[in-house]
Design a protein around this ligand. Structure first.
Ligand SMILES: O=c1ccn([C@@H]2O[C@H](COP(=O)(O)OP(=O)(O)O[C@H]3O[C@H](CO)[C@@H](O)[C@H](O)[C@H]3O)[C@@H](O)[C@H]2O)c(=O)[nH]1
Ligand SMILES: [Mn+2]
Length: 734
C-alpha cells in the first residue's frame, strides 16, 4: 500500500526463470576460466609459428569475456511494470497535468509529410483531455510541403478525433488504422457509414498532399488558405532561413472545436532558424528549440518526444506514463518513462535484425532494475523540469503536491507567434547552458543516451514500460546499407560517450549505481567489439589455410570447455530470442547481422570516433530513410538481401566472405590430401568455425555471383574483394 493508505498506481514484477539463467551464467563462467587456462598453458613457444596468432586470439577472447560480463550484469534481474489506470482516473481525473508532444522531422523526401501527419494525428487523438494536450511539429527540413500537410491534418483532426473517441478505435493513426482494420460489418450500420465516409476523406487528403509532393510546390490556390505560406517567400534554402512558427490550432481559443463541439488539442508548426554560420546540432537542437517555444505557449509539465515515424499505437499511453509520474510514493523522483522502440514493418524472419527485440524485451528491462533505462530518443515521457536541467532533491517531493497548472498566457496566437520566434533563433543559445546543462546535450550523434545518462546523474530515476498493446510503432530501415549506416551513427555516439568525460564510470561515479554504470557499457562498448570479431572471422581461417591449429584437438579433453561455452551461449541466445517472439531463422539472421555490423558499422564507427577525438572529423547525422520504392519493398518483403551500392562496408563484407570461402576450401583440401587423422583432429574446430562463417555468408556469395538484378553486389566491389581476399590468402601462405 502506498502513502496515506492509497493503493499504488503501478506495480513491479521480477522476470521468471532466473535460476535457469544463473545456472547458465555460472557454468559458462567455469567454461570460460578453463578456456583461459588452456590458452595460457598451451601458448606456443617463442619463435614458433602461430605464437602471435595465438596471443591475438586470446586477447580477442578476453575482449569477448569482458563484454559477456556486461551482458550478464544487465540480465541479472529484469523487471516488468504494470499500471493501474483506473486508480489514476479516480484520483486525478480533474487535475491531470498538461502534456506537450514533440514530433521531429528533418527531410520531406525520406520522411514523407503524409507519414509525419499520421504520427501527429495519432498523438492528437490520445485518450486524454484535449485542452491539456499540445502537439508541436519541428520541421528541420523547413519545407512548406510539410507545413501544408500539417495544415490539412489540422482540418482533418476535427473529424478524426471525434471518430476515434466515439468508436474507441485503435490504432489512432489513420493510415495504420485503415490498412489494418477490415471494413466494419453491417450489424453496426452507423459505424459502417461513418467509417467509409471518413476513410474517403482521409484518402482525399492523402491524395492532395501526395500530388503537392509530386509537383514539389504549393499551388496558388492552397497558398491562399493560410497566411503561414507567406513565410516561404523569404526562404531560399532549407539550411538558411528565419524562424517559422505557426499556431495552427490554438487550444485556448474557444472556437477551436471539432465537429462534435469538443475542444481540440493545440497544434503548432515550428521550423527553427537556420544559418550556415551556426551549428544546428541536429535533433538535439530541434528539441531544445521546442522546449523553449512550448514553455511560452502551453508549458505542459510533461513532454512526450517521438520521431516522425513513430505513431502512437495505443491511445492510453499518456495515462500509463502518468501512473508512474504521479504515483504518490515514488512518482516525484522519476524523470522519464521510456517506452520501447517497436516497428510495424518487420518481416517474419527479420533479415536485417532491425526489430531490436532482445534489447527492448530483455536488456532495457534489465537496465530498469539496475537503476533505470537509458533514454532512447523516441517514445519517452519526460518531466519538463528534469529535462531542463533541474537536479533532483527533496524539494521535488514537496512540490509534487503543490504544483498546479497556472501561468496561462493571455496573448493572442499571432502575438505569441511573434514573441516566441526569438526562442527558436540561432543566436538565442549563445552564452547559455542550452545543450550543456539544459535540455538535450549537443555534440553527440546519440544525444538521447547522453541526455538520459546526465539526467540520471542529477539524481533522477527513470522507468521502462512495455505495455501489452504496443505504445509506438515506427519504420525500421529496409535495406542492408541503411541498417549498417544507422548502426554506425549509434556506435559513433556510444563510443564517443565512453571516451568522453561522460564515461559512466567517472561521470556516474557515486551518482548512479555501479550496476547501472556497467549496464550502460552494453551499448557504449558495442563499437570496440569490432576488433575481436574482425580477428575471429579472419585469423583462425587464415591459420587453417596454413595448417596452424589454434584450438584443442578433438581427442583432447580441452575441447570440452570450448564446446560447452559455444553451445551454451548459442542455446541461451536462441532461447532468449524465441522468448522475445523471434523465429529460428530470425535468430540465424540476427547472428549474421551481428557479424556484419561488427565487422563494418562498428569498425567504421569506432574509427570515426577516434578520428573525431583527434580532431580530424566532424559530427554528422545521417537521417534514416523511411520510404522504399516498390522494388525495394518487394525484396524487403521477400527477405532478399539488398546490396547494390558501391560502399566500402560491402567491400569489407565481401572480402571476409570470400576469404572464408577460400580458406574453407583450402582447409578441406589439406585434410583430404594429407589424409592423416592427425590433421583433422587438430584443425576440426577451425574448419567448423570457417564452415559456419561460410554458411552465414551465403547471401553475400549469392549477391556476388548469382544475381543479375540491380541490387546484386556492384562489380567494383566484387573485383576489389576478390583481389583483397586472394592477397590475404597468399600472404598467409607465404
Ligand atoms: O537534424 C536532424 C536530424 C534528425 N532529426 C530527427 O530525428 C529523428 C531520428 O532520426 P532517424 O534518422 O530516424 O534516426 P534513428 O536512428 O532511427 O533514431 C534513433 O537514434 C537517434 C540517435 O542517433 C535518436 O535521436 C532517435 O530518437 C532514435 O529513434 C527523426 O525524427 C528525424 O527527423 C531532426 O529533427 N533533425
Ligand atoms: Mn528512425
Amino acid at each position: 500500500m502506498g502513502r496515506d493508505g492509497q493503493l499504488p498506481l503501478f506495480e513491479t514484477k521480477a522476470a521468471k526463470g532466473r535460476i535457469l539463467f544463473g545456472l547458465y551464467a555460472v557454468s559458462t563462467f567455469v567454461g570460460i576460466c578453463l578456456i583461459c587456462v588452456y590458452r595460457l598453458i598451451h601458448l606456443p613457444e617463442e619463435g614458433k609459428v602461430g605464437r602471435w596468432a595465438w596471443i591475438g586470439l586470446f586477447l580477442s577472447e578476453l575482449g569477448y569475456i569482458l563484454y559477456w560480463f556486461i551482458t550478464v550484469t544487465v540480465r541479472l534481474k529484469p523487471i516488468y511494470r504494470y499500471t493501474f489506470k483506473d486508480r489514476l482516473s479516480q484520483r486525478y481525473e480533474k487535475v491531470l497535468p498538461g502534456i506537450d508532444i514533440f514530433v521531429c522531422t528533418a527531410n520531406p523526401i525520406i520522411e514523407p509529410p503524409t507519414m509525419v501527419i499520421n504520427t501527429v494525428l495519432s498523438v492528437m487523438a490520445y485518450d486524454y483531455p484535449p485542452e491539456k494536450l499540445s502537439v508541436y511539429l519541428s520541421d528541420d527540413g523547413g519545407s512548406c510541403l510539410t507545413f501544408y500537410a500539417l495544415l490539412e491534418a489540422s482540418q482533418f483532426s476535427k473529424l478524426w478525433l471525434p471518430f476515434c473517441k466515439k468508436f474507441k478505435v485503435e490504432p489512432r493513426c489513420p493510415e495504420a488504422y485503415f490498412t489494418s482494420t477490415p471494413e466494419p460489418h453491417h450489424d453496426d450500420p452507423l459505424m459502417a457509414e461513418e467509417w467509409s465516409s471518413i476513410k474517403k476523406l482521409y484518402e482525399d487528403m492523402r491524395n492532395r498532399i501526395e500530388s503537392a509532393m509530386k509537383v514539389g510546390q504549393i499551388s496558388e490556390e492552397i497558398r491562399k488558405q493560410h497566411k503561414g505560406f507567406g513565410e516561404w517567400d523569404l526562404v531560399s534554402d532549407p539550411r538558411n532561413h528565419q524562424t517559422i512558427l505557426q499556431i495552427l490550432i490554438d487550444g485556448r481559443d474557444g472556437k477551436a472545436m471539432d465537429v462534435e463541439g469538443q475542444p481540440l488539442p493545440t497544434l503548432v508548426y515550428l521550423s527553427r532558424e537556420k544559418r550556415p554560420k551556426y551549428a544546428h546540432n541536429f535533433k538535439a537542437g530541434a528539441m531544445n528549440a521546442l522546449i523553449r517555444v512550448s514553455s511560452r505557449i502551453s508549458n505542459g509539465e510533461i513532454i512526450l518526444n517521438v520521431d516522425c515515424d513513430m505513431y502512437s499505437n495505443n491511445s492510453e499511453s499518456v495515462k500509463d506514463a502518468l501512473c508512474f509520474l504521479m504515483d504518490e510514493e515514488t512518482g516525484h523522483e522519476i524523470a522519464y518513462v521510456q517506452f520501447p522502440q517497436c516497428f510495424n514493418n518487420i518481416t517474419k524472419n527479420d533479415l536485417y535484425a532491425c526489430s531490436l527485440n532482445v534489447i527492448t524485451e530483455v536488456e532495457l528491462a534489465g537496465f530498469d532494475s539496475n537503476g533505470g533505462p537509458c533514454y532512447i530518443g523516441t517514445g519517452c515521457f519526460h518531466r519538463r523540469e528534469a529535462l531542463c536541467g533541474k537536479k533532483y532533491d527533496m524539494d521535488c517531493e514537496r512540490e509534487q503536491t503543490t504544483r498546479n497548472n497556472d501561468g496561462k498566457i493571455e496573448e493572442s496566437a499571432s502575438v505569441l507567434e511573434e514573441t516566441c520566434k526569438v526562442l527558436a533563433s540561432c543566436s538565442y543559445e549563445d552564452n547559455t547552458q542550452w545543450g550543456k546543462e539544459m535540455g538535450l546535450k549537443y555534440g553527440c550523434p546519440v544525444e538521447d543516451v547522453l541526455t538520459g545518462l546526465s539526467i540520471q546523474c542529477r539524481g533522477w530515476k527513470s522507468i521502462y514500460f512495455t505495455p501489452e498493446r504496443k505504445a509506438f510503432l515506427g519504420v525500421a530501415p529496409t535495406t542492408l546499407l541503411q541498417t549498417l549506416i544507422q548502426h554506425k551513427r549509434w556506435i559513433e555516439g556510444d563510443f564517443q560517450i565512453f571516451l568522453s568525460r561522460y564515461c559512466p564510470f567517472t561521470y556516474g561515479h557515486k551518482r548512479i549505481p555501479l550496476k547501472l554504470q556497467i549496464s550502460y557499457c552494453i551499448f557504449l562498448l558495442w563499437g570496440p567489439n569490432c576488433l575481436p570479431t574482425l580477428y575471429y572471422v579472419a585469423m583462425p581461417s587464415l591459420c587453417l589455410l596454413k595448417g596452424i591449429s589454434l584450438f584443442p584437438k578433438i581427442s583432447s579433453l580441452w575441447i570440452l570447455p570450448f564446446a560447452y561455452v559455444m553451445s551454451s551461449s548459442c542455446a541461451y541466445s536462441l532461447g532468449e530470442f524465441i522468448w522475445c517472439g523471434g523465429t529460428l531463422l530470425g535468430w540465424w539472421n540476427d547472428q549474421r547481422m551481428w557479424v556484419f555490423k561488427r565487422t563494418t558499422s562498428f569498425f567504421f564507427g569506432c574509427s570515426e570516433t577516434i578520428l573525431k577525438q583527434l580532431g580530424f572529423s566532424r559530427s554528422s547525422f545521417a537521417v534514416t530513410s523511411k520510404v522504399a520504392d516498390e522494388e525495394e519493398s518487394k525484396r524487403f518483403e521477400q527477405e532478399v538481401m539488398e546490396f547494390g551500392a558501391a560502399s566500402p562496408m560491402f567491400t569489407i563484407l565481401a572480402t571476409l566472405a570470400l576469404l572464408n570461402l577460400f580458406t574453407f576450401v583450402g582447409g578441406i583440401t589439406r585434410v583430404i590430401i594429407d589424409m592423416q587423422a592427425q590433421v583433422l583432429d587438430s584443425l576440426l574446430l577451425q574448419i567448423l568455425l570457417c564452415g559456419v562463417l561460410v554458411l552465414m555468408n551465403l547471401p553475400v556469395y549469392h549477391g556476388l555471383f548469382f544475381r543479375k538484378d540491380a541490387t546484386r553486389m556492384p562489380c567494383s566491389v566484387t573485383y576489389q574483394s576478390i583481389a583483397f581476399a586472394l592477397l590475404a590468402c597468399s600472404l598467409a601462405l607465404y
